[in-house]
Design a protein around this ligand. Structure first.
Ligand SMILES: C[S@@+](CC[C@H](N)C(=O)[O-])C[C@H]1O[C@@H](n2cnc3c(N)ncnc32)[C@H](O)[C@@H]1O
Ligand code: SF4
Length: 499
């Protein structure tokens, strides 16, 4: 059918749809490709739901993205798009959303992932920006408050400009506390200039400064906020995070304001998180109750990170939850609370008994228990404060992800084992979707599980002349090649599968 005839069937002279006039024939899958996007968007939701069942390949991509006009898909929609793009020719993608760099980049990216491309034309669409390595808290399990020294400079934000243009999600995160940055408001203004209006941001925060920045929430298009509470009572909050007990009720009231929409045009979903340790294990059921009372969007019970050596300045050896004398009962109580929660709870109580230290270190701790260090002492001790300094130092060799022929940076996680039975092609999404920069020495890490591709130099965002050079550096291209054709690197054989 000629295109104008299709439009005429849908558009009345006044410009609206003809819903109230003659009943019209439902739109067919072929027409999904012909209808202008502004007409497609006026279709009733029920018709689109039905149509989504009948469309395939490029038709699916056009409808699932073109109808809402953005790329914030549900996981089911994304998984289906990943299958449907296999039936699309690369050249067809340019015809789906002409002039719309945001949607076009998204489809090309999924297409390149599905086809296992190594050199990418598309940009990542899930971007993390480190705002601060410094923190106002004193968590028992984190070193940012001891070693953190830097905060993002406004000129460094420029380095993210290119991928920000087509980002779907932007995380304002980092090793420390993002909201402790005194220029957070200015950063938000600048970001707004760089991002597409459809981009949603999120932040991961201890929440203490949320009140201070409530006026920028709308400007930032905050999609959600993850708040690390780590406790359900003022006393435990103080013990774990080092804040005055009076902060906790204030913080909970702020979260209620945000969830009820008192700080923004629309309520902002809040996720609450707890890193489960020996010190807060007993509060897990109460934490879940708190999340339900607040009407949080989700509750996350994170497992304490396993470490190969004791982090300087912390009493990490006292933290594993399985050290609690009443561990079995408390683990069971947590399982029951999770089962009864109305708000979704993410976390695996089974993992709380997984050893946090390798056997040799656990033996050493048993034989020679390390001395207990106070927070004040940790901050005073020069060696602890400067533990991260080498990462910030300049290098004589630009860190642009070149292959090393001198055997530097061997694959330290390759011990010959393959605990998860992984084989190539392994369709990891991380090196396609994400730009992960977590600290202010601006290292582009390929994923959250490895800091660089083995056998290659690191990639530093401020040392590659343009973003493209890092994204398609030898290191990143080689990692995509190994995922497709093998052999898989040690990290890829043992990492959690989904990012
Ligand atoms: C490093 S913090 C930075 C953002 C912010 N300051 C916060 O605490 O939410 C990011 C996340 O890492 C988690 N985290 C820090 N150290 C951890 C550890 N040793 N094990 C597990 N999670 C940890 C925190 O609880 C938080 O959810
Ligand atoms: S609030 Fe976040 S960054 Fe700060 S010490 Fe705790 S975990 Fe680390």
């Amino acid at each position: 059918m000629q295109q104008w005839k299709v439009w005429r069937r849908l558009i009345r002279p006044g410009g609206g749809t003809n819903e109230r006039s003659q009943p019209r024939k439902p739109v067919s899958p072929d027409e999904v490709m012909q209808l202008p996007l502004d007409v497609l968007r006026t279709l009733p939701g029920t018709e689109v739901d039905r149509l989504l069942q009948d469309v395939h390949g490029a038709q699916y991509a056009r409808l699932v993205l073109g109808y809402p006009g953005h790329a914030r898909l549900s996981s089911e929609q994304l998984e289906r798009l990943e299958r449907e793009v296999l039936d699309i020719q690369r050249a067809e993608i340019d015809l789906l959303f002409p002039g719309d760099a945001y949607l076009t980049n998204f489809v090309i990216n999924i297409w390149e992932w599905a086809h296992g491309r190594e050199q990418l034309e598309s940009r990542p669409w899930n971007i993390t920006i480190p705002i601060s390595d410094v923190c106002n808290a004193r968590c028992t399990f984190c070193t940012s408050w001891i070693e953190g020294r830097r905060q993002l400079r406004l000129d460094q934000l420029e380095l993210f400009k290119e991928p920000l243009k087509t980002a779907v999600y932007v995380g304002l995160v980092g090793h420390g506390e993002p909201l402790s940055h005194p220029q957070f408001g200015k950063i938000c203004e600048r970001l707004k200039d760089y991002m597409d209006p459809r981009t949603r941001t999120y932040t991961i925060t201890n929440g203490i400064y949320l009140n201070r920045w409530k006026d920028v929430f709308d400007e930032l298009s905050l999609g959600w906020i993850s708040v690390s509470l780590n406790a359900a009572t003022p006393e435990t909050h103080s013990e774990v995070m080092g804040f005055e007990p009076s902060e906790f009720p204030r913080l909970i009231a702020t979260l209620d304001d945000i969830i009820q929409g008192r700080f923004s045009a629309e309520p902002i979903p809040v996720n609450i998180t707890m890193v489960v340790t020996k010190q807060n294990l007993h509060e897990v059921p109460q934490f879940i109750e708190l999340g339900n009372a607040l009407n949080a969007a989700s509750i996350h019970l994170r497992s304490l990170l396993a470490v190969g050596h004791l982090p300087l300045g912390l009493n990490y050896h006292l933290l594993p939850p399985y050290l609690h004398p009443d561990f079995d009962r408390l683990q069971q109580a947590a399982r029951e609370a999770i089962a009864q929660s109305r708000v979704p709870v993410f976390g695996d109580p089974g993992s709380w008994q997984t050893p946090v230290f390798p056997e040799s270190l656990a033996e050493e701790i048993k034989k020679n228990p390390p001395p207990i260090i106070s927070r004040a002492e940790a901050q005073r001790t020069k060696d602890f404060r400067h533990a991260a300094d080498p990462f910030y130092e300049p290098s004589d060799r630009p860190r642009v992800g070149l292959r090393r022929t001198d055997g530097a940076f061997p694959d330290s996680l390759d011990d010959g084992s393959n605990p998860l039975g992984r084989r190539e092609p392994f369709k990891c999404r991380a090196v396609y979707h994400g730009l992960y920069v977590n600290e202010l020495f601006l290292r582009m890490t390929p994923c959250c599980y490895m800091t660089q591709t083995p056998g290659h130099d690191e990639v530093r965002l401020d040392e590659v002349a343009a973003f493209e050079n890092g994204w398609n550096s030898e290191a990143f291209v080689d990692l995509r090649r190994s995922l497709r054709s093998g052999p898989l690197y040690g990290a890829c054989r043992r990492c959690p599968e989904r990012w």
